[in-house]
Design a binder for this molecule. Structure first.
Ligand code: LLP
Length: 416
């Protein structure tokens, strides 16, 4: 299903013409579709059938309060990696008892906050962190439910910057050390061993890396059970890829099906949690940007637009491909051009050598920008971060105002 489609030659987000959004709120602006978010969440949810599960949406992918709230209303859980993300989840009406807390560097303050709010699981990434959780839980007089995030050393076959499950990555507890880690955890007074967690990377477009990781995790689950450590949740992380450029990632059915088959084959029936981010938000958002100028140099033609690498970092950071379309499906002759932003860096390119029918003043839509878009935006070149709009049927809600000039310098001061 496509929630961003042309009607009479103009691009719509659900039932709203994106031109109207640009007119009202300016550009660059992120536009999300509520229906698209819900559709993707439900796809995963229904794929589990009657198997007990929790979808813990990875807040880092898109943490706008309206996005979190739409998912919370569906009953979603959340995967967080900071105190700030938990704060957002709570503000958006999320249920802390469905929250898992991942991340390699949780501070004492963050752990205290998470334990006070009652998250479901602290996903621990090292023995040093286990000691810290024990200390903080003991100070608070509570028992902390934990999982170890294990590193299964599986190649997710994705971009190296978004691989996390290889031995060389900083993430997780090594598989061969995990058994002892669980034994130690089980002996600590303020720790309750709750589950096991694993996340191997992002934008994964095959089921095999997930299945391989699952097999290794289940080996450990069985060994632990044989030694009297019974787990209550299998958290299989996020990572399911999406179609940016014709990729054919597994469907929700195929992805969840592979996991359910994997556990059934071993006679295991543990509840499963997953931490999808991109799958839910990625194709539920676009970035609207206006063409400021067309420019020709000796060998290249450029469309210079008002969104830059500070607004959408993925193309510059990961050489990521985002399709770019003209919001008016008009019939200018097409030309091959680089779509570049205003930032003073040669890497500020949203798309190389795109074939577009375009003229100055046109509105463009950068596709698949709902995940890792706004959340990675920054103020480089003292640019204001974009506005965010969520469309719900025929209504466009401004869910984050464009930053103001005053906000840009708020909190700064000069010497007396
Ligand atoms: N769980 C954990 C522990 C993670 O580290 C991540 C992503 C996720 C879940 C969600 O993964 P997803 O389902 O979205 O693939 N900025 C990069 C992506 C970094 C992902 C980091 N971890 C990008 O723009 O491609």
């Amino acid at each position: 299903m496509n929630f961003f489609a042309y009607q009479n030659g103009r691009l719509f987000a659900e039932d709203v013409a994106v031109h109207d959004i640009a007119q009202r709120h300016g550009t660059p602006t992120y536009v999300y579709s509520r229906a698209a978010l819900e559709h993707r969440w439900r796809d995963l949810d229904s794929a589990f059938g009657s198997h007990p599960h929790t979808i813990c949406y990875a807040v880092k992918a898109n943490s706008n309060l309206a996005v979190l709230n739409v998912l919370a209303r569906l009953g979603s859980g959340f995967d967080i990696v900071s105190q700030g993300e938990l704060h957002r989840v709570l503000q958006a009406g999320g249920d802390p008892s469905k929250v898992v807390f991942s991340g390699v560097a949780k501070s004492e303050a963050e752990l205290r906050y998470a334990l006070e709010k009652g998250v479901r699981s602290i996903n621990i990434e090292s023995l040093a962190e286990l000691d810290r959780v024990q200390d903080v839980a003991s100070q608070l007089g509570v028992r902390a439910a934990i999982a170890f995030r294990v590193n299964p050393d599986v190649d997710p076959q994705t971009h190296p910057y978004i691989s996390t499950g290889l031995e060389e990555n900083k993430f997780g507890v090594r598989m061969d050390a995990a058994f002892e880690a669980y034994q130690r955890a089980a002996s600590l007074p303020n720790i309750e061993v709750h589950g096991i967690a694993c996340h191997i990377g992002s934008q994964i477009t095959k089921t095999s890396p997930f299945s391989d990781a699952l097999e290794r995790v289940l080996d450990l689950v069985e060994r632990l059970a044989d030694n009297g450590i019974a787990l209550q949740q299998l958290d299989l992380g996020g990572g399911l890829g999406i179609d940016y450029q014709g990729e054919t990632p597994p469907t929700a059915q195929e992805y969840v099906g592979a996991m359910l088959n994997g556990i059934k084959a071993r006679g295991i029936s543990l509840p499963i949690a997953i931490e999808p981010g991109r799958y839910i938000a990625g194709n539920a958002g676009i970035l609207l940007t206006r063409v400021e100028y067309l420019k020709q140099n000796a060998s290249k033609q450029f469309a210079i637009v008002d969104a830059g690498m500070n607004d959408l970092l993925r193309p510059s950071l990961y050489q990521a491909y985002h399709d770019i379309i003209n919001a008016s499906n008009h019939s200018e002759p097409s030309q091959v051009l680089d779509v570049v932003g205003p930032v003073c860096e040669s890497a500020d390119v949203l798309g190389y050598e795109r074939t577009l029918a375009v003229k100055a003043g046109d509105l463009l839509a950068v596709q698949s920008a709902g995940a890792y878009g706004f959340v990675m935006a920054n103020n480089y070149n003292t640019r204001r971060r974009p506005a965010e709009v969520m469309v719900d049927g025929n209504v466009a809600h401004l869910v984050r105002e464009r930053e103001t000039l005053q906000q840009l310098t708020a909190g700064e001061s000069i010497l007396d």
